[in-house]
Unconditional design. Sequence first.
Length: 69
Amino acid sequence: MKTNKYVKELEGKTKDELNKDLVDAKKELFNLRFRNATNQLDNTAQITEVRRNIARIQTVLNDKLKAEA
């Protein structure tokens, strides 16, 4: 399944890489929302996908921080 591969990929990254991915995903979400507000976004399901990816990144990042402590 696609999401399982994505989570496995995230688990293999360092905290710094995860933070960079998180910032990039949040920027992408902002751009998608902006395009949606100006009626330039054709596939609004992208917003949901990016929001879920942000949640996945945050979950893996929190797991790494807890394992460190």
